[in-house]
Write a protein that binds this ligand. Structure first.
Ligand code: UDX
Ligand code: UDX
Length: 453
């Protein structure tokens, strides 16, 4: 059996590395049109940082795991083709700012139709609007010369930073397909691949649309929990309650559960906002604006939370940060990843720069040019934006230290040393509630968290 995955990104790379490790008899080829990304996958410096990924790539690479730019060759020889290309939010025309831009999916489908000479199973791994499988099927049917394609939906539920553990022991694997004999047979082929390491009772099969919709709904529900606790964090700050105590108390109720109740400066990542906006667009399209408005409020609350955090920094620093140096610790959208897509740090830094602050960012895994590009845009520069190589360098002569990402190393910094190097009165804003505020206050910091007084 041969598998090809189109798209060597955060989803395609780790997922295929796991399959190649668990099924040494399956030939796995990961193809991508981005030559430098493929070169990185073939080097010692993988293009994405994910704990545990290096080891498993090293084990299978060159054996039954290959990374190449030969998209056509990969398609031609494969029995199963995973599509894991990115599906950004449309930035133009109808549905701009909400609908998913499907041009990569479409172009991949056209290439498959053009190249394939034997029957194949096409697996949608990218998160896409409901009914995308239909589009893919139409394109394949229009171009193929008698070749049979089955299209499956197999959404990815891995979270970055814990991708390898999530892939190794998934809560569930979801496979959607057509309820026809051909569809059922294709579902079985894919289920058998996962069954090599995932217990059968965790492999759920559904119809295509249920599977596509479930991915959007899972992310919408997860994000909703964060927006809900973040809304309460504002109330905690106003009343003197402590949001971590509230989260702990409600999370003990087994009907609510303890996960995804950590108040923060706001959720980021490539999926949550995009998938909710997708859901919103879908609801509007189907004439249910009430449902659209309900889910859109989850994103609005998140935007408000990010702005609220930046506004608080300005207020505490005596209503002006103009020409004051502010150290921003962490830039990735969460710890243990170098991914910065939709990171709360981007909007916090932009807000501070708009207030004419001097911002010095430090992140252990995100390169400096990526930080500049995310905040300022491609090829732009601003002398007030600087990037440090350590937290201590960032904090030196700063009026405030701002924690945006919960990297473990920020928990064990020498805050006495940091305080000594800062302009007084020194402030610290913990956007992740990872520090002991009482202790910092004792040291002499003006210390603030999320949902804490
Ligand atoms: C995944 C999912 O696929 C996406 O739907 C989800 O919303 C976010 O997570 P991810 O792996 O994180 O995407 O995206 P990215 O890291 O951008 O990787 C996509 C890769 O596909 C890129 O390396 C890009 O070069 C490649 N690509 C894109 C192609 O090879 N061909 C194309 O036509 C388009
Ligand atoms: C998410 C889903 O968890 C995953 O199942 C899906 O496949 C892709 O989208 P990911 O975006 O990688 O994964 O990370 P996740 O751990 O869900 O975190 C998303 C954001 O929410 C991060 O910015 C994180 O810091 C934030 N978050 C998470 C909180 O602010 N509080 C929490 O309690 C949990």
């Amino acid at each position: 059996m041969k598998i090809c995955c189109i798209g060597a990104g955060y989803v395609g790379g780790p997922t295929m590395a796991m399959i190649a490790n668990k099924a040494p008899d399956i030939e796995v080829r990961v193809v991508d049109m981005n030559a430098s990304r493929i070169a990185a996958w073939n080097s010692d410096m993988l293009p994405i940082y994910e704990p545990g990924l290096d080891e498993i790539v090293r084990k299978a690479r060159g054996r039954n795991l290959h990374f190449t730019t030969d998209v056509r060759g990969g398609i031609e020889s494969a029995d199963i083709i995973f599509v894991a290309v990115n599906t950004p939010t449309k930035s133009y025309g109808v549905g701009a700012g909400r609908a998913a831009d499907l041009r990569f999916i479409e172009s991949v489908a056209r290439t498959i139709a053009e190249v394939a000479t034997t029957s194949k199973i096409i697996v949608e791994k990218s998160t896409i609007p409901v009914k995308t499988a239909e589009t893919i099927k139409e394109i394949l049917a229009a171009n193929a010369r008698g070749v049979k394609f089955e299209v499956l939906s197999n959404p990815e539920f891995l979270a970055e930073g814990t991708a390898m553990a999530d892939l190794h022991e998934p809560d569930r694997v979801l496979i959607g397909g057509e309820r026809t004999p051909g569809g059922e047979a294709a579902i079985k082929v894919l289920a058998d691949v996962y069954a090599r390491w995932v217990p059968r009772d965790r492999i759920i099969t559904t119809n295509l649309w249920s599977s596509e919709l479930s991915k959007l709904v899972a992310n919408a529900f997860l994000a909703q929990r964060i927006s809900s606790i973040n809304s309460i964090s504002a109330l905690c700050e106003a009343t003197g309650a402590d949001v971590d105590e509230v989260a702990n108390a409600i999370g003990k109720d087994s009907r609510i559960g303890s996960k995804f109740l950590k108040a923060s400066v706001g959720f980021g990542g490539s999926c949550f906002q995009k998938d909710i906006l997708n859901l919103v667009y879908l609801c509007e399209h189907f004439g249910i604006p009430e449902v659209a408005a309900y889910w859109e409020s989850v994103v609005k609350m998140n935007d408000w939370q990010k702005r609220r955090f930046a506004t608080k920094i300005v207020r505490v620093l005596f209503n002006s940060v103009s020409d004051k140096k502010i150290a921003v610790l962490g830039f990735a959208f969460k710890k243990d990843t170098n991914d910065t897509r939709e990171s709360a740090a981007i909007s916090v830094c932009r807000d501070l720069l708009a207030e004419q602050a001097k911002v010095m960012v430090y992140d252990p895994k995100v390169p400096a040019d990526e930080i500049r590009r995310d905040i300022l845009g491609v090829g732009k520069d601003d002398p007030r934006l600087m990037v440090a190589t350590s937290a201590y360098e960032a904090a030196k002569n700063a009026h405030a230290v701002v924690i945006v990402t919960e990297w473990d190393e920020f928990k064990t910094l020498d805050y006495e040393k940091i305080l000594a190097s800062m302009v007084k009165p020194a402030a610290i804003f913990d956007g992740r509630n990872i520090l002991d505020l009482a202790k910092l206050k004792e040291m002499g910091f003006r210390a603030y968290g999320i949902g804490k007084c």
